[in-house]
Each structure stands twice: as C-alpha cells, then as structure tokens.
Design a protein around this ligand. Sequence first.
Ligand SMILES: *[C@@H]1O[C@H](CO)[C@@H](O)[C@H](O)[C@H]1NC(C)=O
Length: 635
Amino acid sequence: MLFVLPWAILSGPLLAAVAPAAAQGTSGIDPAKPDGGVSVYPFKLNQVQLTSSRLMDNQARAYSYLKFVDVNRLLYVFRANHKLSTNGAASNGGWDSPTFPFRSHVQGHFLSAFAQCYAVTGDQICKAQATTMTAAMVQCQNNNAAAGFGTGYLSGFPESDFTALEARTLSNGNVPYYCIHKTLAGLLDVWRLTGDANAKTALLALAGWVDTRTSKLSTTQMQNVLGTEFGGMNEALADIYFQTGDSRWLMVAARFDHAAVFAPLAANQDQLNGLHANTQVPKWIGAAREFKATGNATYRTIAANAWAMTTNAHSYAIGGNSQAEHFHAPNAISGYLTADTAEGCNSYNMLKLTRELFTLDPSSTAYFDFYERTLMNHLLGQQNPSDSHGHITYFTGLSPGVRRGLGPAWGGGTYSTDYDSFWCCQGTGIETNTKLMDSIYWYDNSNNLYVNLFAPSRLSWAAKGVQVTQSTSFPNSDMTTLTISGSGTFGIKVRIPSWARGAYILVNGVHQSGITTNAGTYAQIPSRTWSAGDIITVRLPMCVHTVAANDNANLAAVLYGPIVLIGNYGNTALSSAPTIQLSTIKRTDTATLAFTATANQQTVNLKPFYDGQGFNYVTYWSISGSALGFQSWYS
Ligand SMILES: *[C@@H]1O[C@H](CO)[C@@H](O)[C@H](O)[C@H]1NC(C)=O
C-alpha cells in the first residue's frame, strides 16, 4: 500500500505560528548587472539558516577553524614578497611555506570563507579576519614600486614568475594565475558580501594588473600561457564584470578562454582523457558565467557538455571524479578505484558548475540529483567529524579497505592541519562548509519556490513575507515537512529525486492526489495564499539500489536513496572488492542508516559514506544476485 499517510507526525499540535524572524548576517552588495538567460535564482546566504544536522555540525567546525586561524600567518608570504614587515608572525608550512612555488593560493579561499561566515551569521570575528587581510593586501600593493612589481600586483611570489610563464621557461612548478584567481575570487567575495572598501580597491587593482599584463601578449602567446593551470580566471573576471558593470573585465575574461579545451567541448567530443581534472572544471564555470554575461551560446554548450561528460562518463558513485588528479578514458572507472580518487576541489567546482547550469534549465532534476549525491556523500564525508576544526582529506579513496586520514603524505588521504597543509582542497573545503545552505531553496520567474535539497533549515523570504521551516532527519528519514509562518502567495516546486519511488505530498495532512510526483521531476504544488501554520509534507521513499562502475556491471556501490552505503571493515586489510549478497542487505535501525549484509560469507555492517571515518571501508563491491532497484543516476 503506497499511500500510507504518516498520521503520527501530523497528530501533534501544529507549530505555533510565529512572525518571520529577521534574517541574520548580511545581504551584501548586489551586482551591477544581472545574470542573463536565467529563470531561477538562489537566495542570498543570509536568507537561509541551517538548523541542527550533520550539515550544521560541519559548518560549526569550519567556523571554529576560521575564527581560530591567525591571519598574520596567512599574510606572511604576501608581506614578505611585497617587502613589508611580517609583524613577527610565524610562516606557514605545507603549500603556504615561503619556499613552496604556489604559496599564497590559499588566502583567497580563506577570504571567501570568512565572507560567507559573515554573510550567513553576521559574525564579527569572521568579518574582522577578512578586513584585516584586505587592509594588509592594499598595503602590499601600495609597496609595489619599492618591491619592484607592477601596479596592482598582489601575491606571495615574485612577479618574475609571470615573465617566465609568458616565456614558457617557468620551471619551478608554480601555477601563478591559479593563485591570482583565488585572490581575485576571495577579494570579490569580501567586497560583495561584507561591503569592505579595501577588498574592492585591492580587487580592481589586481584585475587591472591582469589586464595590463595580458594585453601585451599575442593570442598565441596567451593561449600558451593557458597551458599552465590558471584556475577560473575567466570566471573571476566575468564576475568582476557582473559586480562592476564594466565591460572591460569581460574582454579580459575572454583572454582566458582556453581554446584547446573549449573547442572539443563545443563539438561535444570527450577529449578529457589524460587532462588534469581540476585544471578544467573552473574554466567550464567561467564559460557558464561568460554565457550569462554575453549571451554567446557556444559558452553555454561548452559548460553543459562538460558537465554531462564528467557526470556521466568520469564520475564515481559518490559524485567525485578523477584519479591521481586526472581524467581517464570515458567510462574507465573500475580500473581506477584507488586511494587517490575523487579530489575534493573537483567536486566543489562541479557543484558550482551544477548551480550555474540549473539556473539555465531548472526543468530537469538531473542537476540537483547530482548535486545531492556529491554533497551528501563526497563532500559531507570529506571533513573529519572528530576534529573541532573540521579538517579534510585531499582525496577520497575508493579502493577496497581504504581508510580516510591514513596514507602517505598529502596524496594518500591524511587530514589537513591548522598550519602545515594548506592544500587546494583545504581551501575549497572551508568554502564548501561555509555555504552548505546556498542551494537548498531557489525561486523562479513564475512565482515558485524550489525545494532542491532536503535539510533542516529555515528560509526567510522577505519578498513574500514568509518564513519556511524545513524539519527533517533526512537522510535517516525519508520525510520532510515545510512549515509556513507569515502569509504569502506562491507555488512550490519540490525535487522528486531520481532515486525516489512512490513519492507523495500532503498539504495540511491532505494527500495531494492531483500532484504528479514521478521520480526525476519537479512536483508542482500550485500557487496559493499560504497562511501561518500551513504544513507541506513530502515523503520520498528510498530503496536499496546499486550504481555500477560504468565499465563493469558486476562492480557496484550500494545506495539507499542518495546515500552510498559503505562496509565497515574495522582494521581488516583487503586486497580486492568483497562479494556482497544483495538480497541480504537489511536496515537494522529506524533512526539511523545502519544496515547489515553478507559479504564473502561474513556479516558486515553498512553505514553512510559520510560516516566513513576511523575504519577501513568498502565502497565498490563485487555483486552477487540481481541488482536491486535501478542502476542509472540521472535518466
Ligand atoms: C562565442 O564564444 C566562442 C568560444 O569562446 C568563440 O569561439 C566565438 O567566437 C564567440 N562568438 C561570438 C559571436 O563572439
């Protein structure tokens, strides 16, 4: 019987209607130009608050690290390079050490994370961390003449690295524009989210330096420069165009369009094999931003094709991609299940790309089916929950019996540290965990609220005069409720994930038989005037299903709804994927996602991928018995 009504949850007293609380944090400074071509919009960071959940716990750990970190240490390589006093601060280790080629890449991530922390919560410590850094960065730029650098230059390594880059003689392993991209993005976030004037000053001066430097190069010279990893320079410069309205920055952005990568993508040819994966994804985000700025449809095609190729032919069941940081042949998955799979940055960037594409095509749930899978498995589990500073792993291993936090150096899965790692993934990790709420709710041009993710949270939608409170223990429970306070008129579109079977919706306890709730569609709750205390209940029944490696139907991950279930192998070392009897998988607890199964004739405990810390785990199994449910992700 499919439509068993969950009377238990509706029999209690209705939540008392309360007036919408004022949003915390800050709405920031709107861009001068809106995105073109979009029909659905995110809410501002301060309009959505997480409430108690694993997501919120991750956020709290990230905040605690952000408030702890000594920004004078983060400024060390900048001040030293720009010939200013380092104020007695210690230098950092890892990728920010004074001898590391691309030191000063991580500070931009911190700026973004500080700004997001402030935007969400109004936290003054996060804001002060950001503004201390931007004030010092302006001082660094002001000393450029004395330091022998061009106007606006800002980095932790000498400008001569760019001379060598342009001459194709750079041999020290530096990726200088990669660092400049991070700094631009961080300064832009501080400017637009906190209103800090120094951030704007430093940003526009550095962007001006980029313009001056690149304007001197021929097209061929510039394309050669793009042969070295350069992050999302096209993205950051397009964003500066949106923020300022000055089309100068669009012209500079287009200099960073990497023809060798864009041309095959525009022709829908998958030539990703062998490319460094995270070097590419930011360029695709940039292409999406350039489409929204220019209307040139080729940019949109590039971004959409790259997304489809990567998610369908290069991604693991947890949503991550890459092995040893690289793409391999399309659908080559089973031969690459190693300890150094799924670099964290790639998923952070793929989720940004997913957001960009969703706003262009909100009719398909494929974008948020992928988003949910990647966020709830790869990125949620990337952080160490027993570390109060929320340190993360660089890779997320998928070999049989791999363990997070163990392994050789940074490459094998050790956790980041306060001052001695500063890897790229530590930077994207603090960004991810300070904006976990940014994609739960959206609104469109047709008076609809979109509910894309199922997470305890509160939306303050001042334009409609309502607050929407989502209560759920998802994914432990397959039910979520949206309670309205205030009163407003709008429709609601609820993502019915591709994994859901027999989903249904109740409004104030009444089953909405007229609302289509097919998996892989947005269920439309028609517009009405909602009143305080109205409750929408969404039930998204989950089942155990498998997601096979694209190139081996007998090697598969086991999922419950969107959640990958891993086997807990304690301290046991494994040399190959155990064979799991699919028919033996049983849930053993209603409150948590605890399951047991028989694998290699032994009972094994299964738990969510995001809880896979502190023991050896198995993600991909050799499967025995017919695969339950369905195999496909998106169709
Ligand atoms: C659109 O963008 C593509 C990709 O960068 C470029 O090759 C093409 O010249 C652009 N078209 C126009 C009309 O600007």
